[in-house]
Ligand binder design. Sequence first.
Ligand SMILES: [Zn+2]
Length: 534
Amino acid sequence: MALANKYRPKSFSEVIGQDNAVIALRNIIKNQNFHNGYIFSGTRGVGKTTLGRLFAKALNCSNYDLEKGETCNVCANCEAIQNNSHLDLIEIDAASRTGVDDMRELLDSVQYRPSQGKYKVYLIDEVHMLSMQSFNALLKTLEEPPNHVIFIMATTETHKIPKTIISRCLQFNLKLVSDELIKENIKKVFKEENVKSDEKSLDLLVELAKGSVRDSLTLSDQAISHCDGNLDEESISKLHGVLDLSSTTKLFDSIFKNEADKVVEELKRYQSLDVNYEILFDRALSFLHQKIMEMALSHETSSQSLNLYYQFFSNGLVDAKQTGKTRDCFDIAVLRCLTFINSDSTEVKKKSKLVEKIKPTPVEKPAKTEEPKAIEEPLIQKQEEDKEILNPKKDTNKTENLKNLTPTNWLNVFDLLDLTGPSRAFFSNLQIEKVEENTIFFKGADMFADRINKENIQSLIDSLVRLGYEEYHVEIESSDSAKNTPSSKWAKKRAEEIKIFKEEIISSDLLVKLKNDFGENIDASKITVIDHEE
Ligand SMILES: [Zn+2]
């Protein structure tokens, strides 16, 4: 018999780690203060249905001890419920009976009196799976139920249950069981079963169980048969693909020191050991959580990069659950930490040392040995322009050249305007065709040009006046050929930056190392740079 079934609690006193719920349920029976519906919520494996069955047994036990709050476990009702043969405990798995016809059929039987015990108990597991029609049918019964009927509902997702149902029920939120209690329980069971184990293998089982008593016993079952009744850390680690705890500390040590080669080595090692990446995720998150708390308590400097790493791992875990590619997601989370290394511990920068090492060769300036010839001028101008595109800083000389608004300097003038909202968005997509007398002729794609209203135009005029320009008139024409707009200038600038960033990534130590170690080919066209500035 599986341990989880053999050691399933038979009385309230045997329930592990749900003291509050047990006290409340005992009081309900003692005071005969019944609701018509009870909801037991909580993650899988915390004992929702077990507690539901115990409650049903307590309601029907012929010799229930009100003082101790315990069932007798020997009367006909107790025995029948323990053997799953009680006629008045009706268990339904809502996941397989979601339809309204099933529910109606079920609710038809509500009116008949209990045939064996005092109460007819309907235990509906995964109740959130019911269809809306089924919920409505259930609601009708909950509104005016016969006195002998009690509904117990178990769910992992309370938010999917209609409020109208919840408001008619008493809800118990069952907690994950603490590691200490789970360990104590495993020890007790092992003693009973004559199983030998060392302390560390117990710790591993507790970690893998993640707060579920049932899972801890199922995992113990596997471990016992794998180790032939003599549990040791090494065999259990191998069985469940778990590394020793120090490996997480080691990994983060290398991340903090930005030792890309060591990190990659470590990831390779994980892969070769076929480790349990879910556990790695859990450990990484609790390691970072602990670090962040330590920093907060000691009032140390910013923990911004730690918070960011935490985000990488928690997002990675979500992705892993959605895609099922836990290893890939873990590796990516680790690599993201490396590319976002914090260079001065106060500010997180996009470029790690790793990337900084290989900067693109700077454009050489033409030697200024002799006076530039006329023919060189356009070249120099071109370079200046490029420089401007990449560094759109306002400098004092520039304002001088902006005295008269022209199609060329519009792009620079636009950067100085204090336009906001839709006006900014619309005009950034227009180019100046010409400026005649005191009229600016704009042109731009109709999706922008046609949407500009009087207020937008006035905002532009006002903003220009604030910059010291005269009060221009504005004419706008829609045209598909507008290319010289502020927005296309930005797009060009971002494209340049992304191109440089991609080149840096491709030539970075990290990717070179990955390429050598994993033999993967890097396809530059497949590198996606997520542009957070857009
Ligand atoms: Zn009994």
